[in-house]
Design a protein around this ligand. Structure first.
Ligand SMILES: [Ca+2]
Ligand SMILES: [Ca+2]
Ligand SMILES: [Cu+2]
Length: 170
């Protein structure tokens, strides 16, 4: 029983954070060896953590096109720093984040395809889908995109209204 309690105490904060944030928070592991990232290409959602784990050699995980650092991250993965992490920010949604190993930049490369979370019909973010959100959608009626384009088809119209009404908080 004591073991069980200890386990629950460890898990509870993570569970609470997951429920509160509504984010995935998955951890995706990439191994770093001589001379490859494995898997070289991963898919992640905003809020996920990429963890590079050293298997062999002295490397880095450096963001940018091969050999061209762009300053987003530059992390050692070597005999001193055997793992490194980067949390995928919301601003990266819908993009592909390329990275490479600085000492072996011509051959040792990887990428992170960041998914775009579906828009929420709770347009004002207050936790309920109701008349306030309907007002925002109607105000954006006819727009060619933006947060009220709930099905991401480039128009704010009846299809988006249907999604909002289908999610109505009762
Ligand atoms: Ca709302
Ligand atoms: Ca739409
Ligand atoms: Cu390397």
């Amino acid at each position: 029983m004591e073991r069980l309690n200890a386990g629950i105490m460890v898990l509870a904060p993570a569970l609470a954070a997951a429920l509160a944030g509504g984010v995935h928070g998955d951890e995706i592991t990439v191994t770093v060896s001589n001379f490859a990232f494995t898997p070289a290409n991963v898919t992640a959602a905003p809020g996920d953590t990429i963890r590079w784990v050293r298997v062999a050699g002295n490397h880095t995980a450096t963001s940018g096109a091969p050999c061209v650092p762009n300053g987003t991250f530059d992390l050692p993965v070597n005999s001193v720093f055997t793992s490194a992490t980067w949390v995928v920010p919301a601003s990266a949604a819908g993009t592909t984040v390329r990275y490479y190993c600085a000492p072996h930049c011509t051959t040792m490369q990887g990428s992170i395809v960041v998914t775009q979370p579906p828009p929420s019909p709770d347009l004002n973010g207050d936790g309920a889908v109701n008349g306030d959100d309907l007002g925002l959608l109607l105000a954006a009626w006819g727009a060619t995109g933006g947060p009220a384009d709930l099905n991401l088809d480039g128009a704010v119209n009846g299809d988006d209204l249907g999604i909002l009404l289908g999610a109505w908080t009762v």
